[in-house]
Write a protein that binds this ligand. Structure first.
Ligand SMILES: Nc1nc2c(ncn2[C@@H]2O[C@H](COP(=O)(O)OP(=O)(O)OP(=O)(O)O)[C@@H](O)[C@H]2O)c(=O)[nH]1
Ligand SMILES: [Mg+2]
Length: 696
């Protein structure tokens, strides 16, 4: 990799937004203008570099996040283009974990759409500074000021307009740069590669004055020199572009403000200004606080500076399986350097792994490297046992970096191989897919022996089963999607158990008294011990906790996993010879299972939040339909001729909703959905499900 670029000139950034906002189109333009590609890729033609998967090109949507590196004004920019569809939220999550900054893309017409809101908050969780790009300014109904306002209202951020769109006879023709006070126009015949500056025209002077003042007012507090000038009377002010940029950079890096730019990626406008903004306002690895990890035993915090002289450490954020190369692991290096051929430590397995090949990635294309250093995003071939979230590091200086968080899958389908030869292939292929995707799970039904696969939604499962068939050539029958139910308890109960087993030789003995109680929101598992160490020696406590945790795997009603329970250990008894870890583990498992059965258990079902955009004339029918699906409308808003509905509906009632909504509105309404929460299933439905599950 080009290590001549100093770390301060690195930018590792993500592009995130609601589906179809134009992330991939924007990335393709970035690649073209930076000279990385010589042909502009288009999503609708299936010719983009970033959407390289067959299914992405066919469907015109991004499914998997892809990384690429390009150079702009000697800065090294590594970009990860993420999918907008909520079923692929894991791709956003893993990317945000390893990036330093992000561009949030908004549609100039749609504004802050639901999934943009979600990804914005995801980025907040990882404390990632963000800039905003309002795209599609060429579309009828695009309204830059509306988008800026809705960022303030919905994202609770301080958006600062840095550009304004210029229109002539309702056509989007250029961009006004508020810092430099110039109008910028693009030459269409060079696909926007060439652009020129002009003075601001008379009819834009007033709006320029207003917004350039607002810009100063919003950012003056972030730079002392600027503030000093800003408070002087207008005529005495000596404000330079550098001062404003410094202030905007400081405000952005502190996540206090979000500078907002505009353009139309598809029409080749505004991308060079966005590239300047990446360089000017988003952080380099050294602008962030030192990285924190923990020691392998989890007891000590370890800090690492982002410097090549520090010991090597890197985090695995993605794994893909390739037909020829086998597994490809994607990593971000946080400190130090590593050369090809080196042995490194995986702190999860505590085993050494050899780095056979080091690669710089450009979507699915790759370039071999001899060495990688701090700040690099790269791929490795040759790991034997690797998982997403693993830390790879210098063998003599182990560290565990914070892994990423992934949501639980909510939808399942049964999958059955069509022939015996497919049977083995299916097992191997499912394992590979699971390794790639932590939101894809497999379990085998104890009663029927059927393989059940679970994922984030209908589209997610459809893509995965399609990949099984096409890439892995496995023929399988796919069942109907089923909701992933859970079980919980609704009351607190105490229970006790004495576990005695005498089978010649050494026996087994353990005695426990516990309380189980429901947790708020039907979520999580907690374990507390109020026992005195005399009653049960401390050495057995972890076996008891493990036994209790294992009891959560299958509930008393229909064998679904249990969630939202706290187990408190109250008392117990032991025997000097017969008590053991195993005896306490079994006893804990039994007593927790029995007590949960008495704590009025109920079934939980997943609820989705759906956002529906409804044109005038269809609202009544669409609301009636939501009600008939046991849904509740939570919010309603109207803008121009459109109504924006937000409702919470059980997932089990939403199968085929896309088609139904289309027929209800003659194809004019559209919707998005995302997981909302688990809630108690009404009694009658619960009985139906129990009867179905138990009768199978
Ligand atoms: N009119 C107009 N259309 C655009 C613009 N940018 C993108 N599009 C179109 O919008 C559609 C979606 O663009 P993508 O770039 O695939 O959007 P995305 O955000 O990557 O979508 P996902 O990855 O599926 O979430 C494509 O048909 C683009 O051609 C723009 O500036 N103006
Ligand atoms: Mg895309």
């Amino acid at each position: 990799m080009s290590h001549e670029v100093p770390l301060k000139d690195y930018r590792n950034i993500g592009i995130m937004a609601h589906i179809d906002a134009g992330k991939t189109t924007t990335t393709e333009r970035i690649l073209y203008y930076t000279g990385k590609t010589h042909r502009m890729g288009e999503v609708h033609e299936g010719t983009t570099q970033m959407d390289w998967m067959e299914q992405e090109q066919e469907r015109g949507i991004t499914i998997t996040s892809a990384a690429t590196t390009c150079y702009w004004k000697n800065y090294r920019i590594t970009i990860i283009d993420t999918p907008g569809h909520v079923d692929f939220t894991a791709e956003v999550e893993r990317s945000l974990r390893v990036l330093d900054g992000a561009i949030a893309v908004f549609c100039g017409v749609g504004g802050v759409e639901p999934q943009s809101e979600t990804v914005w908050h995801q980025a907040e969780r990882y404390r990632i500074p963000r800039i905003a790009f309002v795209n599609k300014m060429d579309r009828v109904g695009a309204d830059f000021f509306y988008v800026v306002r809705s960022m303030k209202e919905k994202l609770h951020t301080k958006p600062v307009a840095m550009n304004l769109p210029i229109y002539e006879k309702e056509e989007f023709i250029g961009i006004l740069d508020l810092i430099r006070g110039k109008a910028i126009y693009y030459r269409d015949e060079t696909l926007g590669t060439e652009f020129y500056e002009e003075e601001i025209s008379e009819n834009y002077k007033k709006i320029y004055d207003q917004y350039s003042n607002e810009l100063l007012e919003s950012v003056a507090e972030y730079d002392d020199e600027l503030l000093e000038e800003y408070i002087k009377p207008d005529k005495e002010r000596k404000i330079s572009a550098e001062m404003i940029k410094r202030a905007v950079r400081k405000g952005t890096l502190d996540s206090e403000i979000a500078p907002v730019f505009c353009g139309a990626a598809f029409k080749n406008k505004g991308i060079q200004l966005l590239l300047d903004a990446i360089v000017d306002y988003l952080p380099s690895p050294i602008d962030l606080p030192p990285y924190e990890g923990i020691s392998v035993d989890g007891k000590k915090k370890i800090k690492r500076k982002p410097e090549n002289s520090e010991p090597f450490s890197a985090l695995v954020f993605k794994i893909i399986t390739e037909t020829y190369f086998g597994q490809l692991a994607f990593l971000r290096c946080y400190s130090g350097c590593v050369k090809k051929g080196t042995s490194v430590l995986n702190t999860r397995t505590n085993k050494s792994e050899r780095i056979s090949r080091l690669l710089e990635m450009h979507a699915n294309k790759r370039e071999d490297q001899e060495k990688i250093c701090t700040g690099d995003i790269f791929a490795v071939i040759g790991f034997k046992d690797i998982q997403t979230g693993d830390t790879i590091c210098d063998r003599s200086k182990p560290i565990v970096l914070e892994p990423m968080w992934f949501p639980e899958p909510v939808l399942s389908v049964a999958i059955e191989p069509k022939s015996t030869s497919d049977q083995d292939k299916l097992a191997v292929s499912l394992k590979k897919l699971m390794q790639e995707d932590p939101t894809f799970k497999l379990h085998v039904d104890k009663d029927t022996g059927q393989s059940i696969i679970s994922g984030m939604g209908e589209l997610h499962l459809e893509i995965l089963t399609e990949r099984l068939l096409r890439e892995f050539k496995v023929n399988a029958n796919i069942g109907k999607p089923q909701v992933a139910y859970k079980e919980t308890i609704t009351t607190s109960v105490t229970g006790s158990k004495e576990f005695i087993k005498q089978t010649g030789g050494r026996g087994m003995y353990a005695k426990l008294e516990i309380e189980v109680e429901p947790l708020k929101g039907h979520k999580g598992f907690e374990f507390e011990s109020k026992i005195l160490s005399g009653a049960v020696p401390k050495e057995f406590w972890s076996s008891i906790e493990r036994g209790a945790r294992e009891a959560m795997e299958a509930g008393p009603i229909a064998g679904y996993p249990i969630d939202g329970v706290k187990v408190t250990l109250l008392d117990g008894g032991w025997h000097e010879v017969d008590s053991s870890d195993l005896a306490f583990n079994i006893c804990a498992n039994m007593v927790v299972k029995e007590t949960i059965g008495k704590a009025e258990p109920v079934l939980l079902e997943p609820l989705e939040k759906i956002n529906v955009v409804v044109p005038d004339g269809y609202l009544g029918e669409i609301i009636n339909d939501i009600n008939s699906r046991r849904g509740k409308v939570k919010k309603m808003e109207a803008r121009k001729n459109l109504h924006f509905l937000e409702a919470v509906v059980p997932l089990s009632e939403l199968f085929g909703y896309t088609t139904d909504l289309r027929s209800l509105s003659q194809g004019r309404a559209n919707h998005t959905m995302q997981f909302y929460a688990y809630d108690v299933l009404p009694k009658q439905l619960s009985e139906e499900i129990i009867a179905r599950v138990m009768g199978r």
